[in-house]
Design a protein around this ligand. Structure first.
Ligand code: GDP
Length: 439
């Protein structure tokens, strides 16, 4: 996500930060470079022009020029303007007072619409709502099946009529079914086409008349860059949209669509898709994303995610074990599972300030998988007491996990060292308290 832009901006800013004073020509040079970086990131030309002008004007202001840390001030201006460009503050989707809250998802084929429908339903379910999905892509039976499969995997009902092509009728009927079944959120997955055409637009207009949605969201593929912006413009003019869901941002190193769409179309980005899995949907916070782009991380989102995914009881138990230094490989395995729920290591690292730049070579998902496989190949007894893992057991574990004995040795050694370190830390604390030593 945004990697190439982050790298370029970082090098521009490190030059600025290094200076005690900034001259007009320093700022002019920096603005030219920012302009180039944004254009290379495939941001809309007019958007870049206006953006750079706003940043330049503020950077030339007396407060910045006279400040003790002018470079830092310019970075702050860029961050604020990037946030504003993407829409300022995040506003969650409102819930209708009279259920069901109806969310219409539109988009071209392949944009990730069906996946987004399931991800969105999952988000609502996780926050205590009772969502129902509607398969309104009546021309592709495969699409209906796809939604049914996704719904089943999440244990969320899917409304479909296999023999009807009356999309507006299906949506109206689905609403009644949701009402009588006490489902308060209705997510409609409409038909996609390879390209925008009149038939599709008319169908969507009909749906909006018969079953007026509370939220009309357009799903667009971030990897298509400015094409996504054009698609959004067309849908907004022809059908009307309230916001967008920008998918596949995980595969988009440039970020042109994310940075242009709000300014060009005038509609906010509501959610971003950051992976194929059903938990890879995030509410879009423009201000936090601006910090992430500038390599400042996004601790707030990480904490929110952790609060949603890591259950408190396990965390409290773990804390107790750490205090008593009775932390075993079994606990370590649980811990890894919790971390994995937060997303890929890459995505976690990008949220922690400074870590992305640190370029940690040894931390990647495959290493994590290897460690997991090794621990899974151990018996419960071995996990609870690693001291019994002798040579022949190590060979068996390596075979079972498809790794080498060296890998198993390394893991056990690292674990032993961590345990020792924890013991000495906890022991040190006790001593400090008991004998009144320390600070
Ligand atoms: P639809 O035709 O618009 O309904 O698109 P699908 O939901 O079937 O998605 C098309 C492809 O994009 C599938 O292979 C999805 O797994 C993939 N996809 C969807 N959203 C994301 C995302 O946020 N990140 C990545 N990497 N892939 C995605």
């Amino acid at each position: 996500m945004f990697e190439s832009l982050t790298t370029k901006l970082d090098s521009i800013f490190s030059q600025l930060r290094g200076r005690g004073k900034l001259s007009e020509s320093n700022i002019k040079d920096a603005m030219r470079e920012i302009r180039l970086a944004l254009l290379e990131a495939d941001v809309n030309f007019q958007v870049v022009k206006d953006f750079v002008e706003r940043v330049r004007e503020q950077s030339m202001g007396q407060e910045v020029m006279r400040s003790l840390t002018p470079g830092q001030q310019v970075v702050k201006i860029v961050r604020d303007e990037l946030g504003a460009l993407m829409g300022g503050e995040h506003r969650p989707l409102s819930i209708a007072t009279r259920p069901p809250t109806t969310i219409l998802l539109m988009g071209l084929q392949g944009s990730g619409k069906t996946t987004a429908a399931a991800k969105l339903a999952r988000t609502f379910k996780d926050t205590g709502h009772r969502p129902m999905l509607v398969a309104a892509d009546v021309y592709r039976p495969a699409a209906i099946d796809q939604l049914r499969t996704l719904g089943a995997s999440l244990d969320i009902p899917v409304y479909a009529q296999d023999d009807s092509q009356d999309v507006a009728g299906i949506c109206a009927q689905a609403r009644e079914t949701a009402r009588s079944g006490n489902h308060n959120i209705l997510i409609i997955d409409t038909a996609g086409r390879l390209q925008i055409n009149d038939e599709l637009m008319q169908e969507l207009r009909d749906v909006k008349t018969v079953a007026p949605p509370h939220h009309s969201l357009l799903v667009v593929d971030a990897m298509t860059g400015q094409e996504a912006v054009k698609v959004a413009q067309a849908f907004d003019e022809e059908v009307g949209i309230d916001a967008t869901i920008l998918t596949k941002l995980d595969g988009d190193a440039r970020g042109g669509a994310a940075l242009s769409i709000r300014a060009v179309v005038g509609k906010p980005i509501q959610y971003i898709g950051v992976g194929e899995k059903l938990d890879a949907l995030e509410p879009f916070h423009p201000d936090r994303m601006a910090s992430r782009i500038l390599g400042m991380g996004d601790v707030l989102s990480l904490i929110e995610k952790a609060e949603q995914t890591i259950d408190e009881e396990t965390a409290a138990e773990l804390e107790q074990k750490l205090r008593k230094a009775s932390f075993t490989l079994e606990d370590f395995q649980d811990q890894l599972k919790q971390i994995k729920k937060l997303g890929s290591l890459d995505s976690i690292i990008s949220m922690i300030p400074g870590l992305k730049k640190a370029n940690l070579p040894s931390v990647d998902d495959s290493e994590l998988k290897r460690v997991e496989a090794i621990i899974s190949s151990m018996t419960l007894e071995e996990r609870r007491n690693h001291l019994i893992i002798n040579g022949s057991r190590r060979k068996r574990i390596a075979r079972g996990s498809g790794t080498e004995v060296g890998d198993v040795n390394r893991l056990i050694k690292q674990f032993t060292q961590t345990q020792k370190m924890m013991k000495s830390m906890m022991g040190g604390q006790k001593k400090g308290k008991g004998k009144g030593k320390g600070r």
